[in-house]
Design a protein around this ligand. Structure first.
Ligand code: FAD
Length: 533
Protein backbone atom coordinates (compact mmCIF):
# COMPACT_ATOMS: atom_id res chain seq x y z
CA UNK A 1 0.00 0.00 0.00
CA UNK A 2 2.81 2.42 0.75
CA UNK A 3 3.15 4.20 -2.54
CA UNK A 4 6.83 5.01 -2.68
CA UNK A 5 6.57 5.85 -6.38
CA UNK A 6 5.06 9.09 -5.07
CA UNK A 7 8.35 10.14 -3.55
CA UNK A 8 10.06 11.56 -6.66
CA UNK A 9 6.86 13.38 -7.76
CA UNK A 10 6.45 14.96 -4.33
CA UNK A 11 10.11 15.88 -4.19
CA UNK A 12 9.45 17.87 -7.41
CA UNK A 13 6.58 19.68 -5.75
CA UNK A 14 8.97 20.69 -3.02
CA UNK A 15 11.46 22.22 -5.36
CA UNK A 16 8.79 24.73 -6.33
CA UNK A 17 7.57 25.30 -2.79
CA UNK A 18 7.02 28.91 -1.76
CA UNK A 19 9.48 30.51 0.66
CA UNK A 20 8.38 29.97 4.25
CA UNK A 21 7.46 33.50 5.27
CA UNK A 22 4.66 34.50 7.63
CA UNK A 23 2.25 37.16 6.33
CA UNK A 24 0.20 38.61 9.12
CA UNK A 25 -2.36 40.16 6.78
CA UNK A 26 -3.41 37.11 4.77
CA UNK A 27 -7.04 36.65 3.72
CA UNK A 28 -8.87 33.33 3.43
CA UNK A 29 -8.58 33.69 -0.35
CA UNK A 30 -4.77 33.94 -0.12
CA UNK A 31 -4.63 30.81 2.01
CA UNK A 32 -6.96 28.82 -0.22
CA UNK A 33 -5.05 29.90 -3.31
CA UNK A 34 -1.84 28.76 -1.69
CA UNK A 35 -3.39 25.35 -0.96
CA UNK A 36 -4.60 25.03 -4.55
CA UNK A 37 -1.20 26.00 -5.90
CA UNK A 38 0.68 23.48 -3.82
CA UNK A 39 -1.74 20.59 -3.96
CA UNK A 40 -1.88 20.50 -7.73
CA UNK A 41 -5.69 20.34 -8.05
CA UNK A 42 -7.59 23.51 -7.17
CA UNK A 43 -11.14 22.17 -7.28
CA UNK A 44 -10.30 19.03 -5.29
CA UNK A 45 -8.61 20.78 -2.37
CA UNK A 46 -11.26 23.50 -2.05
CA UNK A 47 -13.82 20.77 -1.24
CA UNK A 48 -11.60 19.51 1.55
CA UNK A 49 -11.23 22.81 3.42
CA UNK A 50 -13.80 24.02 5.96
CA UNK A 51 -13.97 27.56 7.38
CA UNK A 52 -16.38 28.83 10.07
CA UNK A 53 -18.79 30.04 7.36
CA UNK A 54 -19.24 26.49 5.95
CA UNK A 55 -22.40 24.76 7.11
CA UNK A 56 -20.47 21.51 7.76
CA UNK A 57 -17.65 23.19 9.72
CA UNK A 58 -19.01 22.38 13.21
CA UNK A 59 -19.92 18.84 12.24
CA UNK A 60 -16.42 18.13 10.89
CA UNK A 61 -14.80 19.81 13.90
CA UNK A 62 -16.87 18.05 16.54
CA UNK A 63 -17.21 14.57 15.11
CA UNK A 64 -14.13 12.94 16.63
CA UNK A 65 -13.81 15.07 19.77
CA UNK A 66 -13.98 12.52 22.59
CA UNK A 67 -13.67 14.69 25.66
CA UNK A 68 -16.89 16.68 26.06
CA UNK A 69 -15.03 19.16 28.30
CA UNK A 70 -13.65 20.62 25.07
CA UNK A 71 -16.81 20.35 22.99
CA UNK A 72 -18.12 23.76 23.97
CA UNK A 73 -18.81 27.01 22.11
CA UNK A 74 -16.10 28.64 24.27
CA UNK A 75 -13.28 26.35 23.07
CA UNK A 76 -10.96 28.06 20.54
CA UNK A 77 -11.90 27.17 16.96
CA UNK A 78 -9.58 26.72 13.97
CA UNK A 79 -9.50 29.19 11.06
CA UNK A 80 -9.47 26.19 8.71
CA UNK A 81 -10.01 22.46 8.92
CA UNK A 82 -8.25 20.62 6.11
CA UNK A 83 -9.24 17.01 5.45
CA UNK A 84 -6.60 15.75 2.98
CA UNK A 85 -7.22 12.86 0.63
CA UNK A 86 -3.66 12.43 -0.53
CA UNK A 87 -0.10 13.32 0.40
CA UNK A 88 0.08 16.40 -1.81
CA UNK A 89 -2.79 17.88 0.26
CA UNK A 90 -0.77 17.24 3.43
CA UNK A 91 2.26 18.95 1.91
CA UNK A 92 0.18 21.93 0.80
CA UNK A 93 -1.36 22.27 4.27
CA UNK A 94 2.08 22.37 5.91
CA UNK A 95 3.63 24.76 3.43
CA UNK A 96 0.69 27.20 3.40
CA UNK A 97 0.20 27.17 7.18
CA UNK A 98 3.88 28.03 7.58
CA UNK A 99 3.71 30.68 4.89
CA UNK A 100 0.72 32.42 6.49
CA UNK A 101 1.94 32.11 10.08
CA UNK A 102 -0.79 29.72 11.21
CA UNK A 103 -0.06 27.01 13.75
CA UNK A 104 -1.11 23.51 12.77
CA UNK A 105 -2.74 20.81 14.86
CA UNK A 106 -2.70 17.30 13.41
CA UNK A 107 -5.65 15.11 14.28
CA UNK A 108 -6.23 11.43 13.50
CA UNK A 109 -8.70 9.82 15.91
CA UNK A 110 -9.31 12.91 18.10
CA UNK A 111 -8.89 10.98 21.39
CA UNK A 112 -6.26 13.25 22.94
CA UNK A 113 -7.24 13.61 26.61
CA UNK A 114 -6.42 17.34 26.65
CA UNK A 115 -7.71 18.08 23.15
CA UNK A 116 -4.27 19.03 21.86
CA UNK A 117 -5.08 17.78 18.34
CA UNK A 118 -7.84 20.36 17.86
CA UNK A 119 -7.25 23.26 20.29
CA UNK A 120 -4.92 26.27 20.16
CA UNK A 121 -4.93 29.73 21.69
CA UNK A 122 -3.46 31.32 18.55
CA UNK A 123 -4.84 31.27 14.95
CA UNK A 124 -4.55 27.72 13.66
CA UNK A 125 -5.42 25.04 11.14
CA UNK A 126 -6.54 21.49 11.93
CA UNK A 127 -5.09 18.92 9.57
CA UNK A 128 -7.62 16.15 10.03
CA UNK A 129 -6.27 12.82 8.75
CA UNK A 130 -9.62 11.00 9.05
CA UNK A 131 -9.73 10.25 5.31
CA UNK A 132 -6.43 8.38 5.46
CA UNK A 133 -8.06 5.05 6.29
CA UNK A 134 -6.37 2.49 4.05
CA UNK A 135 -5.16 -0.73 5.63
CA UNK A 136 -3.27 -3.30 3.61
CA UNK A 137 -2.53 -6.60 5.34
CA UNK A 138 0.05 -9.04 3.99
CA UNK A 139 -0.71 -12.20 5.96
CA UNK A 140 2.13 -14.15 4.35
CA UNK A 141 4.72 -11.53 5.23
CA UNK A 142 2.97 -10.95 8.63
CA UNK A 143 3.01 -7.19 8.11
CA UNK A 144 0.48 -4.44 7.41
CA UNK A 145 0.55 -0.83 6.22
CA UNK A 146 -2.02 1.26 8.04
CA UNK A 147 -2.75 4.90 7.32
CA UNK A 148 -2.83 7.29 10.27
CA UNK A 149 -6.56 8.08 10.12
CA UNK A 150 -7.52 4.41 10.49
CA UNK A 151 -8.71 3.25 13.89
CA UNK A 152 -7.31 0.34 15.90
CA UNK A 153 -10.69 -1.42 15.52
CA UNK A 154 -10.43 -1.19 11.75
CA UNK A 155 -6.86 -2.55 11.89
CA UNK A 156 -7.94 -5.54 14.03
CA UNK A 157 -10.89 -6.26 11.72
CA UNK A 158 -8.78 -6.15 8.53
CA UNK A 159 -6.14 -8.43 10.08
CA UNK A 160 -8.81 -10.97 11.08
CA UNK A 161 -10.27 -10.88 7.56
CA UNK A 162 -6.95 -12.25 6.31
CA UNK A 163 -5.91 -14.53 9.17
CA UNK A 164 -7.39 -16.03 12.33
CA UNK A 165 -3.95 -16.54 13.86
CA UNK A 166 -2.48 -13.06 13.48
CA UNK A 167 -3.17 -10.04 15.68
CA UNK A 168 -1.66 -6.74 16.74
CA UNK A 169 -0.81 -5.39 20.21
CA UNK A 170 -2.63 -2.02 20.39
CA UNK A 171 -5.38 -0.35 22.44
CA UNK A 172 -8.69 -1.59 23.77
CA UNK A 173 -10.90 1.16 22.46
CA UNK A 174 -11.68 0.50 18.77
CA UNK A 175 -12.18 4.17 17.81
CA UNK A 176 -8.69 5.33 18.86
CA UNK A 177 -6.78 6.62 15.81
CA UNK A 178 -3.49 4.93 14.98
CA UNK A 179 -1.93 8.34 14.14
CA UNK A 180 -1.79 9.54 17.74
CA UNK A 181 -1.94 6.12 19.42
CA UNK A 182 1.21 4.59 17.90
CA UNK A 183 2.99 7.97 18.25
CA UNK A 184 2.70 7.68 22.04
CA UNK A 185 3.19 3.92 22.51
CA UNK A 186 -0.23 2.24 22.46
CA UNK A 187 -0.98 -0.70 24.72
CA UNK A 188 -3.72 -3.27 25.12
CA UNK A 189 -4.28 -6.84 26.23
CA UNK A 190 -1.27 -8.21 24.29
CA UNK A 191 1.21 -5.90 26.03
CA UNK A 192 2.78 -8.54 28.28
CA UNK A 193 3.29 -10.90 25.34
CA UNK A 194 4.35 -8.49 22.58
CA UNK A 195 4.91 -5.01 24.06
CA UNK A 196 3.38 -1.82 22.68
CA UNK A 197 2.08 -0.96 19.24
CA UNK A 198 5.11 1.33 18.81
CA UNK A 199 7.46 -1.59 19.62
CA UNK A 200 6.02 -3.34 16.57
CA UNK A 201 6.27 -0.49 14.03
CA UNK A 202 8.88 -1.34 11.39
CA UNK A 203 8.53 1.53 8.90
CA UNK A 204 6.58 4.76 8.50
CA UNK A 205 5.80 7.52 6.03
CA UNK A 206 6.05 11.02 7.48
CA UNK A 207 5.84 14.53 6.03
CA UNK A 208 8.25 16.82 7.86
CA UNK A 209 8.17 20.59 8.48
CA UNK A 210 9.98 21.21 5.18
CA UNK A 211 7.27 19.29 3.36
CA UNK A 212 9.46 16.27 2.60
CA UNK A 213 7.83 12.85 2.43
CA UNK A 214 10.17 10.50 4.28
CA UNK A 215 10.24 6.79 4.95
CA UNK A 216 12.37 4.92 7.51
CA UNK A 217 15.41 4.90 5.28
CA UNK A 218 15.25 8.54 4.25
CA UNK A 219 14.31 9.90 7.69
CA UNK A 220 17.16 8.03 9.40
CA UNK A 221 17.12 6.03 12.62
CA UNK A 222 17.02 9.03 15.01
CA UNK A 223 13.77 10.42 13.65
CA UNK A 224 12.33 6.92 13.19
CA UNK A 225 13.17 6.27 16.86
CA UNK A 226 11.51 9.54 17.97
CA UNK A 227 8.17 9.05 16.22
CA UNK A 228 7.63 5.63 17.85
CA UNK A 229 6.59 6.75 21.32
CA UNK A 230 7.83 10.36 21.49
CA UNK A 231 4.23 11.60 21.33
CA UNK A 232 2.16 12.92 18.43
CA UNK A 233 2.38 16.40 16.97
CA UNK A 234 6.13 17.08 17.48
CA UNK A 235 8.07 15.83 14.48
CA UNK A 236 5.82 15.89 11.41
CA UNK A 237 2.65 14.34 10.08
CA UNK A 238 2.66 10.56 10.08
CA UNK A 239 0.87 9.42 6.96
CA UNK A 240 1.12 5.69 7.51
CA UNK A 241 2.78 3.04 9.63
CA UNK A 242 4.13 -0.37 8.64
CA UNK A 243 3.61 -2.83 11.47
CA UNK A 244 4.75 -6.33 12.29
CA UNK A 245 1.77 -8.59 13.00
CA UNK A 246 2.01 -11.05 15.87
CA UNK A 247 0.87 -14.69 16.21
CA UNK A 248 -2.27 -15.36 18.26
CA UNK A 249 -3.81 -18.80 18.92
CA UNK A 250 -7.08 -19.68 17.19
CA UNK A 251 -8.69 -19.96 20.65
CA UNK A 252 -8.21 -17.50 23.50
CA UNK A 253 -10.06 -17.36 26.82
CA UNK A 254 -11.51 -14.36 28.65
CA UNK A 255 -13.13 -13.75 32.01
CA UNK A 256 -14.20 -10.80 34.15
CA UNK A 257 -14.58 -11.47 37.87
CA UNK A 258 -16.07 -8.85 40.18
CA UNK A 259 -15.33 -8.64 43.91
CA UNK A 260 -16.47 -6.06 46.44
CA UNK A 261 -14.88 -5.15 49.78
CA UNK A 262 -17.32 -7.57 51.43
CA UNK A 263 -15.92 -10.28 49.13
CA UNK A 264 -12.34 -9.67 50.22
CA UNK A 265 -11.45 -7.17 47.46
CA UNK A 266 -8.73 -5.39 49.44
CA UNK A 267 -6.74 -8.60 50.00
CA UNK A 268 -7.26 -9.70 46.38
CA UNK A 269 -6.09 -6.34 45.04
CA UNK A 270 -3.06 -6.49 47.29
CA UNK A 271 -2.24 -10.02 46.13
CA UNK A 272 -2.74 -9.05 42.46
CA UNK A 273 0.06 -6.51 42.87
CA UNK A 274 2.43 -9.30 43.92
CA UNK A 275 1.72 -11.66 41.03
CA UNK A 276 0.22 -9.89 37.99
CA UNK A 277 3.58 -8.87 36.47
CA UNK A 278 5.10 -12.33 37.10
CA UNK A 279 2.42 -14.45 35.45
CA UNK A 280 3.23 -16.25 32.17
CA UNK A 281 3.34 -13.77 29.25
CA UNK A 282 0.23 -15.42 27.78
CA UNK A 283 -1.85 -14.20 30.71
CA UNK A 284 -2.99 -10.60 31.10
CA UNK A 285 -5.14 -9.85 34.16
CA UNK A 286 -6.01 -6.18 34.45
CA UNK A 287 -7.85 -4.59 37.31
CA UNK A 288 -10.54 -1.90 37.23
CA UNK A 289 -11.60 -0.25 40.49
CA UNK A 290 -14.58 1.93 41.20
CA UNK A 291 -16.92 2.73 44.05
CA UNK A 292 -20.56 1.69 43.89
CA UNK A 293 -23.60 1.62 46.14
CA UNK A 294 -23.73 -2.18 45.98
CA UNK A 295 -22.58 -2.86 49.55
CA UNK A 296 -24.95 -4.31 52.20
CA UNK A 297 -28.25 -2.34 52.25
CA UNK A 298 -27.06 -0.14 49.40
CA UNK A 299 -24.00 1.18 51.24
CA UNK A 300 -20.89 2.37 49.50
CA UNK A 301 -18.29 -0.23 48.64
CA UNK A 302 -15.42 -0.66 46.22
CA UNK A 303 -15.76 -3.01 43.27
CA UNK A 304 -12.67 -4.64 41.79
CA UNK A 305 -13.06 -6.15 38.28
CA UNK A 306 -10.38 -8.61 37.22
CA UNK A 307 -10.51 -8.70 33.39
CA UNK A 308 -8.43 -11.32 31.70
CA UNK A 309 -7.17 -12.38 28.31
CA UNK A 310 -5.41 -15.72 28.12
CA UNK A 311 -3.72 -16.80 24.90
CA UNK A 312 -4.91 -20.40 25.05
CA UNK A 313 -7.85 -22.60 26.03
CA UNK A 314 -9.78 -22.74 29.27
CA UNK A 315 -8.14 -25.92 30.62
CA UNK A 316 -4.63 -24.53 30.70
CA UNK A 317 -5.91 -21.14 31.96
CA UNK A 318 -7.50 -22.85 34.96
CA UNK A 319 -4.23 -24.65 35.69
CA UNK A 320 -2.31 -21.37 35.65
CA UNK A 321 -4.77 -19.42 37.81
CA UNK A 322 -5.07 -22.28 40.33
CA UNK A 323 -1.34 -22.32 40.87
CA UNK A 324 -0.55 -18.59 40.61
CA UNK A 325 -3.68 -16.76 41.84
CA UNK A 326 -5.79 -19.33 43.77
CA UNK A 327 -7.31 -16.55 45.93
CA UNK A 328 -9.34 -15.33 42.93
CA UNK A 329 -11.01 -18.73 42.69
CA UNK A 330 -11.53 -18.70 38.90
CA UNK A 331 -13.99 -21.37 37.77
CA UNK A 332 -14.77 -22.83 34.36
CA UNK A 333 -18.14 -21.03 34.45
CA UNK A 334 -16.36 -17.67 34.66
CA UNK A 335 -14.46 -18.34 31.42
CA UNK A 336 -15.41 -18.05 27.75
CA UNK A 337 -13.38 -19.35 24.83
CA UNK A 338 -13.41 -17.29 21.65
CA UNK A 339 -11.22 -16.09 18.79
CA UNK A 340 -8.74 -13.27 19.33
CA UNK A 341 -10.80 -10.90 17.17
CA UNK A 342 -13.89 -11.65 19.29
CA UNK A 343 -11.83 -10.83 22.36
CA UNK A 344 -11.18 -7.32 20.98
CA UNK A 345 -14.97 -6.78 20.90
CA UNK A 346 -15.25 -8.22 24.43
CA UNK A 347 -12.56 -5.89 25.81
CA UNK A 348 -14.14 -2.92 24.07
CA UNK A 349 -17.08 -3.58 26.40
CA UNK A 350 -19.69 -4.80 23.91
CA UNK A 351 -22.14 -7.57 24.85
CA UNK A 352 -21.41 -11.11 23.66
CA UNK A 353 -22.44 -11.90 20.09
CA UNK A 354 -22.05 -8.26 19.01
CA UNK A 355 -21.11 -8.50 15.31
CA UNK A 356 -17.44 -7.93 14.57
CA UNK A 357 -18.46 -5.05 12.29
CA UNK A 358 -18.80 -2.93 15.44
CA UNK A 359 -15.02 -2.58 15.14
CA UNK A 360 -15.60 -0.53 11.99
CA UNK A 361 -18.06 1.83 13.64
CA UNK A 362 -16.25 5.09 14.27
CA UNK A 363 -18.99 6.44 16.50
CA UNK A 364 -19.32 3.40 18.76
CA UNK A 365 -17.95 5.26 21.84
CA UNK A 366 -20.04 7.20 24.23
CA UNK A 367 -18.46 10.60 24.49
CA UNK A 368 -18.00 11.76 28.06
CA UNK A 369 -16.62 14.56 30.21
CA UNK A 370 -13.36 13.41 31.74
CA UNK A 371 -10.04 14.33 33.32
CA UNK A 372 -7.48 11.54 33.59
CA UNK A 373 -3.98 11.10 34.98
CA UNK A 374 -1.47 8.26 35.14
CA UNK A 375 1.07 6.69 37.47
CA UNK A 376 3.57 3.84 37.43
CA UNK A 377 3.91 1.58 40.46
CA UNK A 378 7.24 -0.06 41.30
CA UNK A 379 6.53 -1.24 44.89
CA UNK A 380 3.28 -2.90 46.00
CA UNK A 381 0.93 -0.51 47.81
CA UNK A 382 0.31 -1.75 51.39
CA UNK A 383 -3.23 -2.65 52.44
CA UNK A 384 -3.36 0.47 54.61
CA UNK A 385 -2.62 2.54 51.48
CA UNK A 386 -5.41 0.78 49.57
CA UNK A 387 -7.82 1.51 52.41
CA UNK A 388 -6.84 5.18 52.24
CA UNK A 389 -7.68 5.11 48.53
CA UNK A 390 -11.11 3.60 49.14
CA UNK A 391 -11.84 6.26 51.78
CA UNK A 392 -11.11 9.03 49.26
CA UNK A 393 -13.23 7.29 46.60
CA UNK A 394 -16.18 7.35 48.99
CA UNK A 395 -15.87 11.14 49.21
CA UNK A 396 -16.59 11.50 45.45
CA UNK A 397 -19.86 10.75 43.60
CA UNK A 398 -20.62 7.08 42.98
CA UNK A 399 -19.01 5.74 39.79
CA UNK A 400 -17.31 9.02 38.82
CA UNK A 401 -13.74 8.11 39.80
CA UNK A 402 -12.24 4.91 38.42
CA UNK A 403 -8.82 3.35 38.14
CA UNK A 404 -7.48 0.89 35.62
CA UNK A 405 -4.38 -1.02 36.68
CA UNK A 406 -2.50 -2.66 33.80
CA UNK A 407 0.12 -5.28 34.66
CA UNK A 408 3.59 -5.00 33.17
CA UNK A 409 6.39 -7.60 33.21
CA UNK A 410 6.76 -10.12 30.39
CA UNK A 411 7.90 -8.53 27.13
CA UNK A 412 7.61 -5.04 28.65
CA UNK A 413 10.43 -5.86 31.06
CA UNK A 414 12.65 -7.29 28.30
CA UNK A 415 12.71 -4.19 26.07
CA UNK A 416 15.34 -1.63 27.03
CA UNK A 417 14.26 1.80 28.35
CA UNK A 418 15.89 3.50 25.38
CA UNK A 419 14.79 1.16 22.54
CA UNK A 420 12.05 3.68 21.73
CA UNK A 421 11.20 6.91 23.63
CA UNK A 422 8.64 5.10 25.87
CA UNK A 423 10.81 4.36 28.96
CA UNK A 424 8.54 2.56 31.47
CA UNK A 425 9.96 -0.99 31.31
CA UNK A 426 11.77 -3.35 33.74
CA UNK A 427 10.86 -2.77 37.38
CA UNK A 428 7.36 -1.43 36.67
CA UNK A 429 4.78 -3.64 38.39
CA UNK A 430 1.81 -1.93 36.80
CA UNK A 431 0.45 1.31 35.39
CA UNK A 432 -2.48 3.15 36.93
CA UNK A 433 -4.86 5.19 34.85
CA UNK A 434 -6.71 7.56 37.20
CA UNK A 435 -10.04 8.49 35.68
CA UNK A 436 -12.78 10.85 36.68
CA UNK A 437 -15.63 10.80 34.18
CA UNK A 438 -19.16 12.04 34.25
CA UNK A 439 -22.15 12.29 31.93
CA UNK A 440 -24.40 14.69 33.79
CA UNK A 441 -23.83 18.24 34.99
CA UNK A 442 -21.57 19.14 32.05
CA UNK A 443 -18.70 21.58 32.46
CA UNK A 444 -20.39 23.20 35.44
CA UNK A 445 -19.39 20.27 37.63
CA UNK A 446 -15.92 19.95 36.10
CA UNK A 447 -14.16 22.04 38.81
CA UNK A 448 -15.45 19.69 41.53
CA UNK A 449 -14.37 16.49 39.76
CA UNK A 450 -11.06 17.86 38.51
CA UNK A 451 -10.23 19.13 41.96
CA UNK A 452 -11.03 15.68 43.41
CA UNK A 453 -8.71 13.85 40.99
CA UNK A 454 -5.89 16.34 41.66
CA UNK A 455 -6.20 15.79 45.37
CA UNK A 456 -6.33 11.99 44.91
CA UNK A 457 -3.20 12.21 42.74
CA UNK A 458 -1.44 14.08 45.57
CA UNK A 459 -2.38 11.33 48.01
CA UNK A 460 -0.97 8.69 45.62
CA UNK A 461 2.46 10.36 45.44
CA UNK A 462 3.76 8.34 48.40
CA UNK A 463 3.00 5.00 46.70
CA UNK A 464 4.13 5.49 43.09
CA UNK A 465 7.32 6.03 41.09
CA UNK A 466 9.48 8.96 42.15
CA UNK A 467 12.22 11.16 40.65
CA UNK A 468 10.64 11.38 38.22
CA UNK A 469 7.03 10.54 38.98
CA UNK A 470 6.47 8.70 35.68
CA UNK A 471 3.45 9.29 33.44
CA UNK A 472 2.16 7.84 30.14
CA UNK A 473 2.25 10.30 27.23
CA UNK A 474 -0.90 8.84 25.64
CA UNK A 475 -2.74 9.74 28.86
CA UNK A 476 -1.94 13.38 28.25
CA UNK A 477 -2.12 15.47 31.41
CA UNK A 478 -1.39 19.19 31.29
CA UNK A 479 -1.27 19.36 35.10
CA UNK A 480 2.27 17.95 34.96
CA UNK A 481 3.53 20.92 32.93
CA UNK A 482 3.21 22.55 29.54
CA UNK A 483 4.92 24.70 26.94
CA UNK A 484 4.33 28.30 25.98
CA UNK A 485 2.09 28.37 22.95
CA UNK A 486 3.64 31.62 21.75
CA UNK A 487 7.39 32.16 21.79
CA UNK A 488 10.08 29.74 22.86
CA UNK A 489 9.77 27.03 25.45
CA UNK A 490 12.99 26.56 27.35
CA UNK A 491 14.50 23.12 27.68
CA UNK A 492 14.20 23.54 31.45
CA UNK A 493 10.49 24.33 31.29
CA UNK A 494 9.73 21.37 29.00
CA UNK A 495 11.90 18.99 31.06
CA UNK A 496 9.38 19.27 33.89
CA UNK A 497 6.77 17.28 31.97
CA UNK A 498 9.15 15.67 29.43
CA UNK A 499 11.18 13.70 32.00
CA UNK A 500 7.98 12.29 33.49
CA UNK A 501 6.86 10.93 30.14
CA UNK A 502 10.27 9.97 28.72
CA UNK A 503 12.87 9.95 31.55
CA UNK A 504 16.39 10.15 30.02
CA UNK A 505 15.00 9.76 26.49
CA UNK A 506 13.69 13.32 26.69
CA UNK A 507 17.17 14.70 25.91
CA UNK A 508 17.46 12.61 22.75
CA UNK A 509 13.96 13.69 21.68
CA UNK A 510 14.99 17.35 22.04
CA UNK A 511 18.12 16.70 19.95
CA UNK A 512 16.05 15.05 17.19
CA UNK A 513 13.53 17.90 17.27
CA UNK A 514 16.30 20.50 17.05
CA UNK A 515 17.66 18.74 13.96
CA UNK A 516 14.39 18.16 12.10
CA UNK A 517 12.15 21.09 13.10
CA UNK A 518 14.37 23.87 14.52
CA UNK A 519 11.66 26.52 13.87
CA UNK A 520 9.24 24.52 16.04
CA UNK A 521 6.47 24.45 13.42
CA UNK A 522 4.96 21.26 14.84
CA UNK A 523 4.01 22.40 18.30
CA UNK A 524 1.35 22.28 20.96
CA UNK A 525 1.23 22.52 24.74
CA UNK A 526 3.20 19.31 25.23
CA UNK A 527 5.19 18.95 22.02
CA UNK A 528 8.93 18.34 22.20
CA UNK A 529 10.60 21.74 21.82
CA UNK A 530 13.86 22.37 19.95
CA UNK A 531 16.73 23.20 22.27
CA UNK A 532 16.63 26.70 23.74
CA UNK A 533 17.82 27.97 27.09
C1 FAD B 1 -11.89 6.30 24.94
C2 FAD B 1 -10.39 6.18 24.91
C3 FAD B 1 -9.79 4.93 25.02
C4 FAD B 1 -8.40 4.80 24.99
N1 FAD B 1 -7.84 3.55 25.12
C5 FAD B 1 -6.49 3.43 25.07
C6 FAD B 1 -5.87 2.14 25.19
O1 FAD B 1 -6.54 1.12 25.34
N2 FAD B 1 -4.52 2.07 25.16
C7 FAD B 1 -3.73 3.19 25.01
O2 FAD B 1 -2.50 3.07 24.94
N3 FAD B 1 -4.30 4.42 24.89
C8 FAD B 1 -5.64 4.56 24.92
N4 FAD B 1 -6.20 5.80 24.80
C9 FAD B 1 -5.32 6.97 24.65
C10 FAD B 1 -4.92 7.14 23.19
O3 FAD B 1 -3.92 6.19 22.87
C11 FAD B 1 -4.35 8.55 22.95
O4 FAD B 1 -5.31 9.51 23.29
C12 FAD B 1 -3.90 8.70 21.50
O5 FAD B 1 -3.00 9.77 21.41
C13 FAD B 1 -5.08 8.93 20.60
O6 FAD B 1 -4.72 8.96 19.25
P1 FAD B 1 -5.75 9.65 18.24
O7 FAD B 1 -5.13 9.65 16.90
O8 FAD B 1 -7.09 9.06 18.42
O9 FAD B 1 -5.82 11.12 18.86
P2 FAD B 1 -5.61 12.59 18.32
O10 FAD B 1 -6.34 13.44 19.31
O11 FAD B 1 -5.99 12.72 16.90
O12 FAD B 1 -4.05 12.81 18.44
C14 FAD B 1 -3.32 12.65 19.65
C15 FAD B 1 -1.95 13.34 19.50
O13 FAD B 1 -1.24 12.81 18.39
C16 FAD B 1 -1.02 13.81 17.39
N5 FAD B 1 -1.30 13.20 16.09
C17 FAD B 1 -2.48 12.70 15.67
N6 FAD B 1 -2.35 12.22 14.43
C18 FAD B 1 -1.07 12.40 14.06
C19 FAD B 1 -0.34 12.10 12.88
N7 FAD B 1 -0.93 11.51 11.83
N8 FAD B 1 0.96 12.44 12.82
C20 FAD B 1 1.56 13.05 13.87
N9 FAD B 1 0.93 13.37 15.02
C21 FAD B 1 -0.39 13.04 15.11
C22 FAD B 1 -1.99 14.93 17.74
O14 FAD B 1 -1.52 16.19 17.27
C23 FAD B 1 -2.06 14.84 19.24
O15 FAD B 1 -0.93 15.49 19.80
C24 FAD B 1 -7.59 5.96 24.83
C25 FAD B 1 -8.19 7.21 24.70
C26 FAD B 1 -9.58 7.33 24.76
C27 FAD B 1 -10.21 8.70 24.67
Amino acid sequence: MANFTLLPRLACLLLFAAPLVAFATSTPDDFLQCLSLHSGNASAISKLVYTPINSSYSFVLDITIQNLRFLTPFAPKPNYIITPLNISHVLAAILCSRRYGLQMRTRSGGHDYEGLSYLSEVPFVILDMANFQLISVDAEDKTAWVQSGATVGELYYRIAEKSKTLGFPAGLCPTVGVGGHFSGGGYGTLLRKYGLAADNVIDAQLVDAQGRLLDRESMGEDLFWAIRGGGGGSFGVVVSWKVKLVPVPSTVTVFTILRTLEQNATKLVHQWQLIANKLPDDLFISLALQSTNSGPNGTRTMQASFSTLYLGGVDSLLEVTRSSFPELNVTRQDCTEMSWIESTVYFAGFPSRTPLEILLNRSSDTKMFFKNKSDYVREPIPESGLEGMWKRYFEEDEGVPQMIWSPYGGKMAEISESAIPFPHRAGVLYKIQHITLWTTGGNEVAPKHVSWIRSFYSYMAQYVSKSPREAYINYRDLDIGMNNVIGDTSYKQASVWGKKYFKKNFNRLVRVKTAVDPDNFFRHKQSIPPFSF
